[in-house]
Write a protein that binds this ligand. Sequence first.
Ligand SMILES: Nc1nc2c(c(=O)[nH]1)N[C@H]1C(S)=C(S)[C@@H](COP(=O)(O)OP(=O)(O)OC[C@H]3O[C@@H](n4cnc5c(N)ncnc54)[C@H](O)[C@@H]3O)O[C@H]1N2
Ligand code: MOO
Length: 471
Amino acid sequence: MTPHGARQGLDAEDLDVEEALALVKHGNGSSRPAGDLRPAQREPEASPSARAADASARAAEAGHRAAAEHHHRATAWPEARTIAARAVRPGIRPTPVSVGLGDALGLVLAAPLTALTDLPSFDTSAMDGWAVAGPGPWHVREGGVLAGSSAPAPLADGEAVRIATGARIPPDTTAVLRSEHGRTDDNGRLHPTREMQHGQDIRPRGQECRSGDQLLLAGAVVTPAVLGLAAAAGYDTVTAVPRPRVEVLVLGDELLTEGRPHDGLIRDALGPMLPSWLRASGAEVIAVRRLRDDAKALYKAITSSRADLIVTTGGTASGPVDHVHPTLRRIDAELLVDGVKVRPGHPMLLARVKEDQHLVGLPGNPLAAVSGLLTLAEPLLRTLAARSAPESYRLPLRETVHGHPHDTRLIPVVLRGDRAVPLHYNGPAMLRGIAAADALAVVPPGGARAGQETEMLDLPWATAGISACFT
Ligand SMILES: Nc1nc2c(c(=O)[nH]1)N[C@H]1C(S)=C(S)[C@@H](COP(=O)(O)OP(=O)(O)OC[C@H]3O[C@@H](n4cnc5c(N)ncnc54)[C@H](O)[C@@H]3O)O[C@H]1N2
Ligand code: MOO
């Protein structure tokens, strides 16, 4: 949909007009844009064809100026992330909700987790064996105490009773003798086969916590272990920050939802990719809608959305059917980020549609869309979901990565030992590199040498494990 023709002859995916001006040298040493159609020396009396060429040259120049101006408006990559993280005003963060344990995985606790009971809630046997009172040998009482059985009768001095791990300790028990450490003589009396300590193998009530103790602070992420702790401490539900609601609008007449590409049509790669990626970033995806390249349809979809965040794909550039900017102007949205100095993905944008609704416009090129997701959508969702930012970390690159002169580059890498190995197939329209990647290397303007410590952006599934992060 977006004509790339004007940029042919350059490394069109990496350079823009400004860089072309800087880098394309002509014979006389002056620098000129690649798309510059002006003849080197114009005749004073121009022919009709020369006039046509002149008009087209002026149009091309205006286009170049617009692109250059746009690039000046573009936000530096680190700043764009900060703006996205702070875009949601504090007063309008989602109200905490009570969530059943079965639905709470991945949410952030909105209130501290305070023990509703002592843990353990009664003196408990830590082993299978006998509860004994006083020093042995012991007379073994009939029957036994199993986990879950009600209050057992007290033991008399010199008495023992069979007990299972997790069962309640009878009153006046002094220790638990493990089954492998006891021997019964011919008279049925129980002897210890090794020395015992007072209180051995008894877990006293409240050993882990007392009722009312704070087990976790508000802000903790509900992991599988937190679900277990909450259940053990008596919770059926937890108070948590709800997942931000996201609606995905996939734009493009050229997109197929099944089969192989044909007749200039291509498969929609973003419709299948974004929902699970957004879920991994803490969102609830309430809808994925595919829209034609139609300004009215986009206007209607945006103005009728109930989502906290609308994510659009495609249509961010300035082609004839790129409707995102005009639609945002029409609805008077506030553009917080309009282009980012990052490759791929520089036409990405962030807008405040309403006080409590934002829109991230992802470029249509698939890796450029990933870049927009990590640069703008992920920090904004993190704030809405009250998740804290992951510790940033750096690793040395195994190979040199050429930089863009002014922009940050995001390059898929695999992590091997203590090094990051840059992957090929990292062009804006390619997913082959990212599909094999563990992380994205943040290559600063100018590039990074082999061995240079470079910031890494983890991919959610690379560290968390696929099922933990997508549920
Ligand atoms: N004159 C200029 N043209 C372009 C510029 C520029 O600066 N000046 N920037 C280029 C860059 S960089 C990008 S990225 C794209 C962004 O374009 P849009 O956001 O408007 O996206 P589209 O034009 O709709 O699509 C671009 C490309 O991606 C394909 N696409 C779109 N959606 C999907 C999808 N869901 N799954 C797979 N592929 C998709 C689409 O067919 C195009 O090939 O603009 C450049 N142009
Ligand atoms: O193809 Mo564009 O920057 O690469 O996003």
